[in-house]
Design a protein around this ligand. Structure first.
Ligand code: SAH
Length: 341
């Protein structure tokens, strides 16, 4: 029988296994702490667990790990970008950023992506597979170990569409927030989605307290269909309804990502359409990003980011421009993996 990935198991699943071994239920808590607090990489390190249970652990489970293939450190702002190799040889990217309020980490949730957004490097080589909960979690553990920094907040904004790997992402969220593990408040987690409205509804039901970021990038179906194929399945009216319901159910304001592309979505008319779309929602936030130019795309950075922002502000919409970190190390998602497949 194939060994089980123990770092992907919830506390409840681990308890069940330990009971099957004939050991006490509380032993699962000790093992969970060895894995998620002490970051044991080998069962032999678990010195307060009996030799018999350790042998059973060894026989039935393995402790997953990631290897660093590349580490790029920005000389400008200490941003570190990792290219991690997964046990099967696939690769994902993780970015560790320093802000005045602490360290934030941007995690990948899939190897590649199915969503096909026209401006995004992560989707260009297609989709390979979902990441396991342990593979999402280990991006934090390994980055903390390697950098000596402590991660204060998490953004699920790397390679992949988190809501297209729903179950594993939720499992990951339960693992990092478990009181016997990393114990991170989900208030410090943001999840970014291209707009899978059904899954946004599922997420609202779980009411986890995290911040939802929605990659909007266009205020009309005509324009959004063109740059984000997902819009044909979940058009803007359906997406905005899901966002509104999410806010009503959780009380958490939504953050809308808007990557400004020269001559595509950075004109006054688009700004006004965006205002008309979002004003009725009440509390929300618009995060403007000058689009990162990728090799495969013909999109250029907008030169009217400030004017666009000012128009939204004048209309009473909360709008900020995202700071660019790690510009010298290709910190934007997908580019490093693309060069190293
Ligand atoms: N699939 C999720 C999360 C990964 S993408 C999502 O779509 O939200 C993370 C963010 O980066 C999204 O807002 C995405 O639209 C944006 N993004 C992707 N490529 C970009 C580029 N070339 N320039 C600027 N933002 C980009």
């Amino acid at each position: 029988m194939a060994k089980i990935d123990i770092l992907s198991l919830s506390m409840e699943e681990l308890e069940e296994k330990i009971l099957q071994f004939g050991d006490k239920k509380y032993r699962a808590g000790q093992i969970f702490r060895w894995l998620h607090v002490n970051r044991a990489t080998d069962f032999s390190q678990m010195t307060n667990i009996s030799a018999q249970t350790r042998a059973l652990l060894e026989e039935n489970f393995y402790i997953n790990s990631l290897k660093i293939q590349k580490r790029l450190v920005s000389s400008a702002d200490n941003t570190v970008k990792y290219l991690y190799v997964l046990p099967d040889g696939n690769k994902v990217e993780t970015v560790l950023m320093e802000y005045h309020h602490g360290n934030s980490i941007c995690l990948s949730t899939q190897v590649g992506c199915k969503m096909g957004c026209r401006f995004c490097a992560s989707t260009k080589a297609g989709f390979v597979r979902d990441l396991e909960p342990s593979e999402i979690l280990l991006q934090i553990y390994e980055s903390e170990r390697d950098s000596g920094r402590t991660v204060d907040s998490v953004v699920l904004m790397g390679i992949g569409e988190p809501l297209d790997n729903f179950d594993n992402v939720i499992k990951f969220l339960r693992l990092i927030s478990h009181e016997n593990g990393r114990n991170m408040s989900l208030r410090h987690v943001s999840l970014s989605t291209c707009g899978l409205a059904d899954r946004i509804n599922d997420l609202a039901q779980l009411d986890l307290g995290l911040t939802l970021s929605v990659s909007l990038h266009a205020p009309t179906d005509e324009k959004r269909d063109e740059i984000m194929p997902v819009n044909r399945k979940y058009p803007i009216s359906v997406l905005i309804k899901a966002c509104d319901d999410y806010f009503r159910k959780t009380g958490r304001r939504i953050s809308f990502e808007f990557a400004l592309i020269q001559g595509v979505n950075d004109d006054k008319k688009t700004a006004d359409e965006l205002i008309s779309l979002l004003k009725p929602l009440g509390v929300c936030h618009v995060n403007l990003i000058p689009v990162n130019e990728i090799r495969e795309g013909d999109y250029k950075k907008s030169s009217s980011v400030r004017e666009f922002q000012q128009r939204l502000l004048n209309a009473g919409l909360n709008a900020t421009v995202r700071r660019t970190l790690g510009a010298d190390i290709e910190a934007a998602c997908g580019q490093l993996r693309r060069d190293n497949i």
